[in-house]
Design a protein around this ligand. Sequence first.
Ligand SMILES: [Fe+2]
Ligand SMILES: [Fe+2]
Length: 258
Amino acid sequence: MVIRIAAVGDVHLDEDVVGRFRPALEQLPGSVDALLLAGDLTRHGTEAEARCVAQEFGGLGVPVIAVLGNHDHQCDQVPQVVGTLEEAGITVLEGDGVVLDCPGGRLGVAGVKGFGGGFAGRCASDFGEPEMKAFVRTTTESADRLSEALRSLDCDVLVALTHYAPVPDTLAGEPLEIYPFLGCYQLGQAVDAAPTALALHGHAHHGSERGTTPGGVRVRNVAHPVIKQAYSVFQLGDHLDQSEVSGVAAGGIQQPWS
Ligand SMILES: [Fe+2]
Ligand SMILES: [Fe+2]
């Protein structure tokens, strides 16, 4: 049993980017079971930019499953952004999940945008001012939603999809000072509380590709500026013997942009 998924995040689409991913995306049908988008699909979260995402990632002939990122919230048009993506057939997850019946088995994807907060020994705590408590509450509620979604799915292979990072490993390369704004340990705990095979995230444009949760789940930062290709492909098998299949050469996409 083999399930193959393609993934990319932080494509930050606007009109000037439309068409740059498409040639590589059109190679997906027949070679992967799904494409996962790890947030920051737009630059400022406008409905017009969402239409660009719909144009680029809609009608691909493979299921497309996304979470939003912080950029997709910038203009407070989240309902319009989600509506535009859903109209194009893109499934947008936020604290929920989906199970796809693939030839190689049932693929479960649970997704949430996530939030910052930091990692062990260097994290925000639920103490003091109401603003700080509200910040940490946002973090924990988001991680709780991911945990519930992961545990609710009846599937053969389980994938966690977030924008913010669940571990610090994949932030290596980013300034230490901003780690608390790039992810939180609570997302990692959620990943570890379920039989997750792979955790995918974006957001850390200057981070690195590979990490592992404390429980041993493989984590991959698929932010476009990190993977430097239209998408990465992951193979998920019977024995959780995941491997990055490639480096799919992404036609025309050599330089990352943010
Ligand atoms: Fe981004
Ligand atoms: Fe981001």
